[in-house]
Every structure is written in C-alpha cells, then in structure tokens.
Design a binder for this molecule. Structure first.
Ligand SMILES: Nc1ncnc2c1ncn2[C@@H]1O[C@H](COP(=O)(O)OP(=O)(O)OP(=O)(O)O)[C@@H](O)[C@H]1O
Ligand SMILES: [Mg+2]
Length: 325
C-alpha cells in the first residue's frame, strides 16, 4: 500500500486548497491517489496545486535545553519553542506575522486571544506548514527539532495537530477512510503494524463516544454536508483517534451550542495528559471555563503583546481590548 502517499492526504487535504484545485494537472501539482480501503471506498484522485511552504528562516538553529530549568524554575520538557517568527502571505508577500514568541511545555494548556485579523489563524497555519504562507524569519523548535525544515506531512507525523477554524470538506473521502489512512501512516512512522478496517473501527468506536458522535458520520465524506458544530466535533474526533503532542485548536468553540461546547471541552480535557499540550485560539472566556489554560496570550498585529493567566481573559470579557493595551 502507498502509505506515504496516503498520509499526505491526511495533512495536506486538511488545507482548503484541495477544495478549489482545478482537475487538470500542472508541473506544480502533486497527484495523490487514495487506494480503496476495505468495503468503504473506491479510489479517487486529488490534485495539489500549491507551492510547498518554503522556510526561509535561518537553518543554524540553536536547540533549547529541553529539560533544563528556566528562569521561572520550570523544569518540564519544552514541546514547542517559537522565536521571533515572521511570515508573509506567499502570493502577495504581505507580512502578517511580525515576530511571534511562544514556549509550550508538556502538560500545559495555552490560549491565544486577540482581535479579528490580528494573526491568530495565520500563526496556527504557519506552524502546521500551510502553503498559503511563507516563513521569512525566526525559528520554531518542536520536540528538539527544526519544525520549519519539515513538510506538513512530517509535522503531522511528528505529533503536531491543528483543528481548523473552518474545517474543509474532502469530497470522495469517507471519514473512516481518512482516519484509517492517517492512523496507519502514524503506525508506519512508529514502526508498528498497520491496522485493518475492523481493527481501526475498534480504535475509533470509543472515540466516537468520547466526542458523542453517531457512527453514521464515519461513512459520510469528510465534513461534506456537516453542520458547523458537527465539523468541530469531527475535528476533535480526528485528534482523539490520531493523538498529538501539540494540538492547535483554532476557535473550536465557534458555532457550537452550549451542550456541544461542553461535550467538545470534555473530550479535549479527556485527551490532555502530562506529556502533551494544547494551544487554543478563542475569542471567548467561556471556553476557558471548561478547558483551563495555564497561560493566556494576547495577539495584536502579528505579535504576542501580552501573556498572563486566565485573569487576562476575564478582564477582556468584562472590559474589551482597551483594558489590555
Ligand atoms: N491567505 C491569505 N490571503 C490574504 N490575506 C490573508 C490570508 N491569510 C491571512 N490574511 C490576512 O491576514 C490577517 C490575519 O488573518 P488571520 O486569519 O490570521 O486573523 P485572526 O486573528 O485569526 O482573525 P479572526 O479572529 O477573525 O479569526 C487578516 O487581515 C487576513 O485578511
Ligand atoms: Mg482566525
């Protein structure tokens, strides 16, 4: 089975470029064929027409001492360290990220808040290697390795997950096939045996219960015809099945009704361990009542301008951004 190709879809198919790509092939395109898996799919072909993300940051990266005590005396392992990250929109070269700094350690929940258009989603997408953006400076170290040197697929396989603010549809690919391919790609990377359709169902089934999704969603194409809330639940299902050491959740609370918000938050809390970490982008303090962050960062004009505890979010909720300036 073409497992490496299978996995490419699991990360790059999550970028919206697939939905709009024309069907003819060009020299810039990558053609990905998804083989049939079990009873559920026939093969299909998706063209990928974007230039790969080019990391222009310096390659001479100084690795952080991942277990050394820092200035605050925190000795837990650093999972992600972002230093002076700058990035532009690939097509127009407009600068969006203007020097982002962030350190995430094992077991920590971080929240990023900020006005519309301040760069939160861009930051998240740059971290997972979205081809719409080009890194122009700074460094990102993920588990001691230079993240900017990795392809989106490698980032995903290394344990970086992102749930998109607007999850895309993947026509022709059923949810269960998507999860199956992604899961097996990870298995292969870890040198473990690939699972057959029955085995993968056994893995997915309890995760469906965790996110309170009906099993009928497995046979539907990824996000096709899903309501906004169903898409968000589906993103968390993917996280639950695939696992991640750093999960970036971009507005996981948007479009969720009160009950769904509690379900999703409960599921995320159920996935948190002392070894992983979550970065939540949100506009609302409400989410932070359910998933409690250690740090809240405020982003403004492509930079994190303030970091504190949850009291910042409470102040924001009460008095708006003027209280933060
Ligand atoms: N691919 C793109 N093409 C053109 N402009 C872009 C692109 N990506 C981001 N931008 C612009 O960059 C700025 C930051 O966008 P981004 O989506 O990161 O903001 P955000 O902080 O996530 O906002 P929101 O809270 O509304 O989701 C915006 O002005 C947006 O229009
Ligand atoms: Mg956004």
């Amino acid at each position: 089975m073409a497992t490496s190709l299978q996995f490419q879809i699991t990360s790059t198919a999550r970028f919206s470029s697939f939905k709009t790509a024309p069907s003819n092939s060009t020299s810039n395109s990558r053609s990905i064929t998804i083989p049939s898996i079990g009873r559920l799919t026939s093969s299909c072909c998706i063209n990928y027409h974007r230039q790969p993300l080019t990391a222009k940051a310096s390659l001479s990266v100084e690795l952080p001492t991942t277990s050394a005590k820092d200035i605050d005396g925190d000795s837990s392992k650093i999972l992600l360290e972002v230093k002076d990250l700058t990035a532009v929109i690939a097509e127009t070269k407009q600068q969006i990220l203007k020097g982002v700094n962030l350190v995430m350690r094992e077991g920590e929940v971080h929240a990023v808040m900020g006005k519309n258009g301040s760069g939160k989603s861009t930051f998240s997408k740059v971290l997972v290697g979205h081809p719409d953006y080009e890194v122009t400076g700074g460094t990102v170290i993920f588990k001691g390795e230079n993240l900017l040197d990795m392809s989106p697929e490698e980032r995903s396989l290394a344990g970086l997950f992102m749930s998109f603010q607007s999850p895309v549809e993947i026509p022709g690919v059923s949810n269960i096939d998507f999860l199956h391919m992604a899961y097996n790609a990870r298995q292969q990377k870890l040198g473990r045996p690939e699972l057959d359709p029955l085995q993968i169902y056994q893995i997915i089934s309890p995760k469906l219960e965790l996110v309170k999704m009906d099993s009928s969603f497995l046979n539907r194409n990824v996000n096709e015809g899903f309501s906004g809330g169903e898409r968000k639940r589906n993103e968390i299902l993917q996280l639950a099945v695939l696992g991640a050491e750093v999960a970036i959740l971009d507005e996981i609370d948007s479009g969720l009704d009160v009950d769904a918000l509690q379900d999703v938050a409960q599921a995320v809390n159920g996935l948190l361990t002392a070894q992983n970490s979550v970065l939540m982008v949100t506009h609302y303090q409400r989410l932070l009542d359910y998933i409690k962050p250690k740090y809240v960062h405020i982003m403004e004009d492509g930079r994190i301008i303030k970091t504190g505890d949850v009291s910042i979010a409470k102040l924001l909720d009460k008095e708006g951004y003027k209280a933060i300036a």
